[in-house]
Design a protein around this ligand. Structure first.
Ligand code: SAM
Ligand code: SF4
Length: 468
């Protein structure tokens, strides 16, 4: 049963966060090691424990923290990385977020809203690259029209075919909705509903959101409550790192997660960790007020991995190839690849900079990234099985927590990769992967290995979309 929603002001408690961040002395190594031992058992961490670990600076102790994160990542996710691409359908926006190129008063941006035919063309371009999952993204141009547009776009993406394939999961990152509109999204079979609070710090939030509906902090903060009330089980949260002190944001995120767990019995399915990137027409984006160094960025990812071991962590192409590589072992479980942030970018001419939301750090194609993952020892996965078999929300966690999900994920990752290699990969990428499959199979337990061999045989026999 759903308990009444508490006042949002009580679930983000700035005074409590300030108190946790107050100690000026570094934490005792013994206490740090106790916490790392707890986290290594996959029990997660409380906010005060995250605060203690966030204060670790001593290099050797920090290395122990990273080691623990690597172990948790390995225990739960093994060497899999799920791949997706964003699909921007419009860069029109009524809001005035001072860090974003899409903001209403940015005259240097060329505006574009894709027609359904253009959305179908973009979808075909992504299918032809080998993608199976997209994240639909849009500016906020005003409800209720936004919702209708998004529903039509989801329908178009889901019905578009190219060759023998299709997009099998559509996640969405769109402005907050009313509960009744979330019910419509749910009926359209969306995957994850994703939205970033940007900053949980009220005063900072007010100072960077200068116009439009997005100025309302509470409307945004309570969005996941409305989504979950409507029955959307997989929700994704995030912070735009660089706007305010990352330590504060991390602890506020912990409060948000605990709130969702208390009220709905399950926390977020994913957490995104975007860092502020340069954007045309935004001074703020070029000069982040609380820029997060690479070293702190790695710490954020490791802390999240330890604190909420079963929640996916998403790494976008905002980051460079090198930074992304470093984060895989520390906890990242999903990555975007071959991304464009300009509507029409997958099918359009090359000069689309003036329509893009921000600068990308990783410009490599999906094929290049899959080849790189071969050398790094990660198995790319295009799997969409859980959501299509109803393994979402609490049901997913019930499987994930005792480690049972591994028996599905490993075989599904490998069969979806085999499908990619057969249908879309360049010969270089296929050759890079050919000698590796046996090694991946050997790394599975005997049950998963037997399942995997069966699935691979079906892909070899030209069957597609096979999963357990
Ligand atoms: N318009 C909706 C909203 O703001 O929630 C949804 C899509 S918005 C295009 C997606 C996300 O892009 C935002 O939530 C924000 O965190 C991120 N973003 C905006 N400007 C950025 C920048 N300069 N660098 C990195 N990420 C940025
Ligand atoms: Fe619009 Fe979203 Fe960009 Fe803000 S972040 S200006 S709401 S697209």
């Amino acid at each position: 049963m759903i308990t009444p929603r508490p006042n949002p002001a009580t679930f983000i408690d700035e005074a409590a966060i300030a108190a946790l961040l107050a100690p000026e002395k570094p934490p005792e190594p013994q206490r740090v090691r106790e916490l790392l031992a707890k986290a290594r058992h996959l029990d997660g961490l409380a906010a005060d424990e995250v605060a203690t670990l966030a204060a670790v600076e001593e290099p050797a102790l920090l290395e122990e923290l990273f080691d623990a994160a690597r172990q948790v990542k390995e225990d739960i996710y093994g060497n899999r990385l799920v791949l997706f691409a964003p699909l921007y359908i419009s860069n029109h926006c009524h809001n005035e977020c001072s860090y974003c190129a899409f903001r209403a008063r940015n005259d240097s941006l060329t505006r574009r809203k894709l027609s359904l035919a253009e959305i179908a063309a973009e979808t075909r371009a992504l299918i032809d690259q080998g993608h199976k999952r997209v994240l639909l993204v849009a500016g906020e141009a005003g409800a209720p029209k936004d919702v209708d547009d998004v529903l039509q776009a989801i329908d178009t993406i889901s019905r578009t075919r190219s060759g023998r394939s299709e997009i099998r999961r559509v996640n969405v990152n769109i402005a907050p909705l009313e509960t009744k509109d979330f019910r419509r999204l749910l009926a359209a079979r969306i995957g994850t509903y994703q939205l970033f609070q940007e900053t949980y710090h009220r005063a900072t939030y007010a100072s960077v959101h200068l116009g439009g509906r997005k100025r309302d902090y509470d409307w945004r903060l309570t969005v996941m409550d409305r989504a979950m009330e409507a029955g959307v089980e997989d929700v994704g949260i995030g912070v735009l790192f660089g706007l305010y002190d990352w330590r504060f944001e991390l602890l506020a995120m912990m409060q948000h997660i605990r709130h969702l767990e208390e009220v709905f019995g399950v926390g977020p399915h994913t957490i995104s960790v975007p860092r502020l990137e340069p954007a045309t027409g935004s001074r703020l984006a070029h000069h982040p007020p609380h820029a997060v160094s690479d070293a702190d960025f790695y710490k954020i990812i490791a802390l999240l991995r330890l604190a909420v071991p079963y929640t996916g962590i998403i790494m976008s192409t905002r980051e460079t190839a090198q930074v992304r590589r470093e984060t895989f072992a520390l906890g990242v479980s999903q990555i975007s690849a071959g991304s464009r942030t300009d509507p029409g970018g997958y099918t359009g001419a090359s000069e689309t900079r003036h329509r893009a939301q921000f600068q990308l750090g990783d410009h490599r194609s999906l094929d290049e990234i899959i080849r790189d993952l071969a050398t790094l020892g990660y198995v790319p996965s295009f799997c969409t099985a859980c959501y299509r078999l109803g393994r979402t929300g609490a049901d997913f966690m019930d499987l994930a927590k005792p480690g049972l999900i591994k028996r599905h994920c490993g075989p599904n990752a490998l069969s979806s990769l085999a499908e990619y290699l057969a249908d879309y990969a360049s010969s270089r990428t296929r050759q890079a992967w050919e000698p590796l499959t046996e090694g991946v199979l050997r790394g599975m337990d005997s049950t998963a290995r037997a399942t995997s061999r069966r699935l691979l045989a079906r892909v070899q026999a030209h069957e597609r979309d096979v999963f357990v």
